[in-house]
Design a protein around this ligand. Sequence first.
Ligand SMILES: [Mg+2]
Length: 252
Amino acid sequence: MAGNGMVVIFDFDFTIIDYDSDDWVVEKMGVTDLFDELKSNPTISWYSMMDRMVIELNSQGKTMEEIAGCLKQVPLHPHLISAIKTAHAFGCDLRIISDANTFFIETILENHGLLECFNEINTNPWFIDQEGRIRTSVLKEGKKRFIYVGDGKNDFCPSLRLHESDLLLPRRGFALWDIICNNAVAIKAKIYDWSNCEELGNNLLDAIDSISVGTNNQDTSNTSMLIPVDCKFQTGSLASHESAGKALRIQN
Ligand SMILES: [Mg+2]
């Protein structure tokens, strides 16, 4: 693809979909008890646990087609579907870096006609370091502009690698937002926050617009969309969002 020099990197759970894909499968397939039992073992890694879950589902006679059928019930917001297709048509290099299961991600994206929009889906556990943070070698591609979209604690590390010319789209009220509010000076990228997938769809297109307009006048053309990096003043209001604890899941 010729491309337009923009790379958009998405997290998946609670970002492209408004759910945790692992939890979705576990609940829909009726294996919550086993899942909870495995989770109570502090020595088992998330990846090993999900491997065990798939083995257990197979041993119960559940086929991959049934699991796929369950995944095809995951909804995506039409605004976000449209925005992703538009970004792809515009020449953006779309990628996913996630700790979710590759089969889960691909099945969901394919069901919504989005799979071909993504150049890379990286769920390699080696991309996640021992503290659950995504390694950021992908961000070291010079001469490109990055837009990073995420919600979780492990999205903070790549956010730190963004430059002033890049954009960060964190989900308000989730773990990444909380961390940013307490480490505002660490973030160099401009921030377009969002709270739901409809708003994400709109902000993604605005973010692409602001980059494509030029390198020096983004602030004046999109002032209403930008928030100050110093968002500590809003920290108080975040307390009401702390119940969004699922996003705080750390896989070790
Ligand atoms: Mg996430």
